[in-house]
Design a protein around this ligand. Structure first.
Ligand code: FAD
Length: 492
């Protein structure tokens, strides 16, 4: 039996990307159905967040206070035992003077709790949330996508016809194939992650005890995320060439990586691995760094991992997913309200989204490239300079030029002092990789990475007062309420 109904928008997937898009569409009064195949709370990896999500997006969603009450670990930044320097150094979120203070932190979250808060918030805003409801097909004709087919908890197949479908179904679903693009995997970030949970691990000294700790070792690096006073998420990211090590006993493999990473070994010396419940399982993930060749087609957009992801080292996944959810909602709201033509708004959606992805990609590539002094294959194979991309070469040249102290570039460095100041020289940074890292954080590309995140935070803080310039040449600007797009002159 098949039944049919109508909606303005169907959102597929109730992760952060889907909940964000759905809530911001419902806030403009549109009829939104969100279909989630699991029953929440459900497990997900991606526990370390960025301030733009916690302050900017969360405020727009109206969920900041609830997040605050949930008691998540406060994250001031990242601590890195990276390169040859044995002492960790810190990157703080207090990057822009106007944003230091109340919004210069993020959270480490148990995604079961975080995603559940966002999904329940969507329902509170009028989204028709249906869990245990898996989308099985996308309805489309030559012209556009027109809805979805899904199986509800009772097993009955139903169709929903909608003006737009937002695919926010994550990394493993195949629904993205309906936008007709190709998923292009990164040659550079071809890594595998093996991760689990520990009780009783040590903490970094205050005030950085909530920081993510990323520590390099010969075959890769380990994340150490304090989820509560006692629970720690620990994951090893290693290159594909070492995949064979994960074929046998995974417990032995993870403990072997930890053994070779002195700081993490020390921090876990009195800890025990969680072996039961949802955190009892050791999990692996691979093939997670990719981008789709297109993020939309008429009637359908891709958001979050359905569209792209890079690498966990700088905790960008939830940021990219929620940012894309915001961009998609603005675009769809604008079309549904008849304010601007579809092509114009989806060009803005894809342009901004790709720009954010690209800048992070370049930034993370350069970040990995800090390892030039390391001798291991993992780090050598990940030298940015092996890549053909001209953008990337330009960026590497820029970093190299800054590093060499070129006169022409010193002005750029000076103008980025606020960002450079975000790196605390807690350790002895007078090592080559420490120095290069300090310069990296002072370059214009890092300013770009932070600028758009800051815009979102500013909008979160200032609400409807915030006025922005176009980010793209000839592009649009957010409408007064932040939920749509408008021509720049319309806001003057
Ligand atoms: P998801 O969170 O995956 O949500 C998608 C939802 O869609 C799921 O609930 C799923 O059940 C549902 N779904 C799937 N198929 C269907 C269907 N057919 N019908 C209906 N529903 C469906 N990011 C960070 O920000 N910080 C980190 O520290 C971090 N660490 C990471 C470590 C690793 C090893 C990896 C691989 C990723 C990490 N990430 C991190 C990335 C992060 O996990 C993702 O980017 C983020 O979860 C994407 O959110 P999303 O909403 O796009 O998708």
């Amino acid at each position: 039996m098949s039944t049919t109904e109508n909606a303005d928008v169907v959102v597929v997937g109730g992760g952060p990307g889907g909940s964000t898009a759905a809530t911001l569409l419902a806030r403009r009064g549109h009829r939104v159905v969100l279909l989630e195949k699991e029953t929440f709370p459900r497990y997900q990896i991606g526990e370390s967040l960025l301030p733009s999500t916690v302050h900017g997006i969360a405020r727009m969603l109206g969920v900041s206070e609830e997040l605050e009450r949930a008691g998540f670990t406060v994250k001031r930044g990242g601590s890195f035992r990276w390169g040859t320097n044995p002492v960790p150094w810190n990157f703080l979120f207090a990057v822009a003077p106007e944003l230091s203070g109340p919004t210069s932190y993020a959270y480490q979250v148990e995604r079961m709790k975080f995603d559940d808060i966002l999904l329940r918030n969507a329902a509170r805003h009028g989204v028709d949330v249906r869990q245990n409801s898996a989308v099985t097909d996308v309805l489309a004709d030559e012209e556009r996508v027109r809805g979805v087919r899904y199986a509800g908890p009772d097993g009955v197949e139903r169709e929903i016809h909608a003006r737009f479908v937002v695919d926010a179904s994550g990394n493993r679903s195949r629904i993205h194939q309906h936008v007709k693009g190709e998923r292009v995997y990164s040659e550079f970030f071809r890594n595998i992650a093996l991760f689990g949970y520990f009780e009783g691990g040590k903490r970094l000294p205050a005030p950085d005890s909530g920081n993510i700790l990323c520590a390099a070792f010969d075959e890769g690096w380990i994340w150490y995320i304090p989820l509560s006073d006692t629970l720690t998420s620990v994951g090893a990211v290693i290159s594909r060439e070492h995949a064979a090590r994960l074929q046998g006993d995974q417990e032995q493999a993870l403990m072997g990586f930890i053994d070779r990473c002195a700081i993490v070994k020390d921090y876990l010396s009195d800890a025990t691995r969680v072996t039961d419940g949802v955190y009892g399982e050791l999990r692996t993930r691979k093939d997670y760094s990719y981008t789709n060749s297109t993020f939309h087609r008429p009637g359908m957009v891709l958001v979050g991992d359905a569209a792209c992801f890079i690498d966990p080292v700088f905790s960008t996944g939830v940021h990219l997913a929620t940012y894309a959810g915001l961009l998609a909602a603005r675009s769809i709201n604008t079309v549904l309200d008849g304010a601007l033509p579809q092509e114009r708004v989806f060009t803005e959606f894809e342009g901004r989204y790709r720009r954010e992805y690209r800048v992070f990609y370049e930034f993370l590539s350069a970040f990995y490239d800090m390892q030039t002094t390391e001798e291991s294959y993992f780090w050598k194979a990940r030298k940015v300079t092996n890549l053909p991309s001209t953008d990337l070469e330009a960026f590497v040249t820029l970093v190299g030029g800054v590093h060499s102290g070129e006169q022409a570039l010193t002005g750029l460095v000076a103008s980025s002092e606020a960002l450079a100041g975000a790196v605390e020289r807690t350790g002895d940074m007078q090592t080559p990789s420490g120095e290069r890292m300090h310069h990296l954080f002072g370059t214009p590309v890092v300013r770009e990475v932070m600028q758009e995140m800051n815009n979102i935070q500013v909008r979160g803080v200032q609400g409807e007062q915030a006025r922005e310039l176009p980010l793209l040449e000839g592009g649009l600007v957010p409408s007064g309420d932040g939920l749509g797009w408008t021509e720049p002159e319309a806001t003057r």
